[in-house]
Design a protein. Sequence first.
Length: 681
Amino acid sequence: MTRHAVRARRYLLLPAAATCALAFALAFALYAVDVTRQPPGFYIDESSIAYNAHTIAERGVDEYGEAWPLYFRAFGDYKNPTFVYLLAAVFRLTGPSLLAARLLSASLGALAALLLGWLAVRMTRRAQVGAVVAFSALLTPWLYESSRLVFEVAAYPLAVTLFLLALRRTAAKEIWGRVDVSALALTLALLTYTYSVGRLLGPLLAAGLAFFLTRRNLARVLQTWGVYALALTPLVVFSVRHRGALEGRFRLITYLTPQSSFVEDARAFALHYLADVNPLRWLAGGEQNIRDHLPGTPALLVATVGLAAIGLALVLRRHRREPWWRFILYGLAASVLPAALTVNDFPQLRLIAFPVFLHVLAVPAVAWLLEGGVSVGREGGVVGRVGGVAVGREVSVGRGRRRAALYAFVALLLLQGAYFQWLFHARAPERWYVFDARFPRKILAPALAASRDRAVYLYDAPGHSGYIQAFWHGALRGVDASRFIRLTNGEAPPPGAVVISTEEDCENCRLLARSINYILYAVPPTDLKAVAAPLPPASLRASIACEAWPATFVAGRRQSLNVIVRNVGGAAWPAVGDEGGRYGVRLHGRWLKADGSLLKEADGSLLTEAGGSLLTDETNAARIPFDMEPGDTAGLTLNVSAPVEPGEYVLELDLVQEDSAWFGAHGSKTLRASVKVLPPG
């Protein structure tokens, strides 16, 4: 090739390179917008991954001091290495940062969507097909939400796509080259080491390479399996040295037990598999875990599922004998297996490979709608393929209608995708409590201030792992990890200690603060105490609702009410008051006579007034579980004792700031209902 030809080719490639750069910039902007606040806060698994990446970047050890581990011990489980080491490389450049961590996940998600589009271009040689597939992947809630969290799963769609790109490169060859063998084996290893489902899905996809076995290609397929097996040697060695470590989490979430029979296991598997591939779950509710999915929104877009259904019909009709498409159908089915072996229905994270294969299945549909289809006559043989669809010199009917259908699919895709994006960003603040969003300012900051440069003790109730939030958010503040001391079960903090705990309450302590999942207290003797003050009257506003309000009570007996309380005032309500609970806010129930006058019982079950102070009793009260800021909602369980005398009464629920004011006395709407109290028996 002459110098001028080379230069001309470079000039021709410039527009393509610019287009790719612009596409990635737009995709990254979509995925990266407001990543530190939507969702707000940092989930404990995010903090675990980020903190271990920080310690690796800083000292080459994990949080337990183990140097360069293959798997990272966390909460009785083990995190996979790929994402942690990627994040460690980022932190090496940026230092520990919520923004850097979330941007890594966003970048991996955006890149996976764009590479899916590039795979579609490789399959069809049509840029329009790649654009539709890339837009579909970018807007798919399932893929988008997984890229908003600092989880191992954020890297998995990219790993699956890289493997499919490597496989597509080799699929058309009669004999694979050594580069092909290496690319396939290494991307299979990447699948296996990136996320826990890969320890099953990786070998399953490796087994699927059998579709490409031919007499001439047998040696290369065997070499691929051999290189992949060699890449799994560290995993095998780790499993031998740490028996049961990698299977511990699976044993907790699977229905497969030594006590269950084969028939029971087979039935459970079939039911869970069908639940995971139920299109209604894809298009309506999605995952039930609010951490992983916005409630009430779809996991997949209608247009994506429609295109994949058309693609499936085309593949089954025209291409079912082709090894590539056989593998795609096999991979689609195999991607459900890791989730179908667990007790949860439709766990989106463990099904994360499924939408990737589904988008590949949509490629022939987009190509067929774009150009090709039913013919009424043929003037020659096949001259080419579009998305695997044979195209000849023929007269087509309905081409305009197919183009119109494609435009309708794209319009629906963009509209539904944009609507989901609006919902996601509008409702993200509602999920603050899932991600410990207030831990840094409500618990950690007061703890560091109260400890006065001394140690802060961390204690977790059994089954909880809140300590990691202190380590991670402390690292963000530049606090040395040595300042935090973890207490083991049964180990007591010393007198005067400041303790962050995941317990509900503490004994022999002075409570300083309470937030979602955490309390902060000091061990006596101490001069530390919580500080609270009377709320301004304008802030004494609450919305109260009760689920399943009972029509009858039994005289002298207690009954539980599930009550929803919302702060509709203008200031935060303190959950912890001064000494003795003064100025703390609680929900109270009090009994009124049928005429509305206060029933004053001798048994002390009511709130009464004496000497100008409000004297309360624990009988009909429930504390708020955390400092409720304006707009916050909390569910409370209120145990109410009925009057000892049967009759007709009115039960009233109201918020009270202890030793200060009833909310209802300042214009807040109380909740009242007529109740019949029946004789015992």
